[in-house]
Design a protein around this ligand. Structure first.
Ligand SMILES: *Cc1c(COP(=O)(O)O)cnc(C)c1O
Length: 419
């Protein structure tokens, strides 16, 4: 459910006409609905309240905009960060350091030091080597870093290959069969406080069975560690729950997910942690675009829009589907290909899709663009970095300025020996 709906024939974001923002800011522009964000945050938390002790760390990478982080901080969410930049954003948004989890396979020495100095809540270690390095850094500062060991459960999440993270051939975590020994070894290091396990098998998960298998394996591992006298108090089950991208598509929601987790973890006696991203932000945003022109095609017309793969990369990266809708639909439909202006054939949003009839100058939106949208934007083809706006009832504000191509090119230098 979201708050982007037609009123009197025109698309609104909550109580603000999408066209009003598009006119004021220009296109392309992302629009986020605060009410939708808050609703998803609440629904996810309420579903999981069937578990006795939970911690929620919003996956910042899905949408790191400061206003989005602030909205989730107000909902009591912590943060799952994967870089120093995300750590600084989370802190800047008012998320307490103790509620921040640091994930990622390539945390640098510098990032580990900054995070120890910030007294973050948990490091999700991705290797024994990382644990050894972190122990040394923390011990030098007279600290013990709270840690979980990320384990690769070798389970296929059944999602797109590029967003699958829990198979043996993926780079994430330590091998399941090695995890017990690595955990035991790390638990002896002076700078670490080993307190649990972490797992995250992938994103846009639409079938709960792989997660059930992975979590069951993690429970077995937890019991083996405890049997060796090792302390395991925190079990981080990651994120990954999918969202519907196509109208009418039905995916397991937070309630079904929570029931599965409850079933698997009943006798765990641990704090269960979650790192939701897409399920909170996905439906909370749309990308507004203007039709540049409609060009005749061989089988279908080409609807050329002013948004491109640099603004919304998911279709080019993952063949992802985003529903496309006119801001002022006239009731007629056409079958068309939707493409951006970038000089790459990958800059294609849809082929042979039945959509609202649009013509040059019309506004339209790509829906469910709140997650992995603006955060992946770049300036390829010397395009602007896309702006972002947020709506709150009948109020709206720009929450990220457009960064003009001139700003990027002014940061470049021609060396003296080329002049
Ligand atoms: C990307 C990621 C998440 C969030 O994934 P979603 O599919 O957006 O919920 C959570 N945890 C880790 C470690 C991740 O890499």
């Amino acid at each position: 459910m979201d708050h982007f709906e037609l009123k009197d024939g025109s698309l609104f974001a909550e109580d603000v006409p999408v066209a009003e923002i598009a006119t004021a800011v220009g296109t392309p522009v992302y629009i986020y609905s605060l009410a939708t964000l808050e609703r998803h945050a609440r629904v996810f938390r309420e579903a999981l309240s069937v578990l006795p002790r939970i911690k929620l760390a919003y996956a910042v990478k899905s949408n790191p905009n400061l206003a989005v982080l602030r909205a989730l901080a107000r909902q009591g969410y912590g943060a799952d960060v994967v870089s120093e930049g995300e750590l600084h954003r989370a802190l800047a948004a008012g998320i307490p350091a103790g509620e921040i989890v640091f994930s990622g396979v390539g945390k640098t020495r510098r990032e580990l030091s900054v995070a120890v100095a910030s007294r973050i809540g948990q490091f999700n270690l991705e290797s024994e080597e990382e644990g050894v390095e972190l122990s040394q850094i923390a011990a030098e500062m007279g600290r013990r870093a709270p840690c979980a060991l990320r384990v690769n459960p070798d389970v296929d999440a059944g999602t797109h290959a590029k967003i699958s993270t829990g198979k043996a051939e993926n780079k994430f975590g330590v091998a399941y069969d090695r995890a017990e020994d690595i955990y035991a070894r790390l638990a002896t290091l002076p700078g670490l406080d080993m307190r649990g396990l972490a797992v995250h098998i992938g994103s846009q998960i639409s079938d709960l069975e792989p997660s059930r298998r992975a979590f069951t394996k993690m429970g077995d591992l937890m019991r083996r560690l405890r049997a060796r006298g090792l302390s395991v108090t925190n079990m981080d089950l990651g994120g990954g729950l999918g969202v519907p991208y196509k109208q009418g598509e039905v995916l397991p929601g937070p309630d079904a997910y929570a029931a599965m987790v409850h079933d698997v973890t009943q006798d765990w006696d641990a704090t269960i942690m979650f790192e939701p991203g897409r399920v909170i932000t996905g439906n909370s945003g749309v990308l507004v675009t203007e039709v540049v022109r409609v060009k005749e095609g061989v089988t279908h017309p080409w609807v050329v829009v002013d948004a491109a793969m640099n603004d919304l990369a998911r279709p080019a990266l993952y063949d992802a589907w985003h529903d496309f809708a006119a801001v002022r639909p006239n009731g007629r439909t056409i079958t068309a290909n939707i493409v951006g202006p970038i000089c790459e054939s990958a800059d294609t949003f849809a082929m042979a899709r039945t959509i609202d009839e649009v013509k040059a100058g019309d506004l339209a939106v790509f829906r469910t663009a709140g997650a992995y949208g603006a955060t992946m934007a770049n300036t390829y083809n010397s395009r602007a970095l896309v702006p972002e706006a947020m709506v709150n009832g009948d109020k709206w504000a720009i929450v990220a300025n457009r960064i003009e191509p001139e700003t990027i090119h002014h940061a470049e230098r021609v060396p003296g020996w080329l002049k």
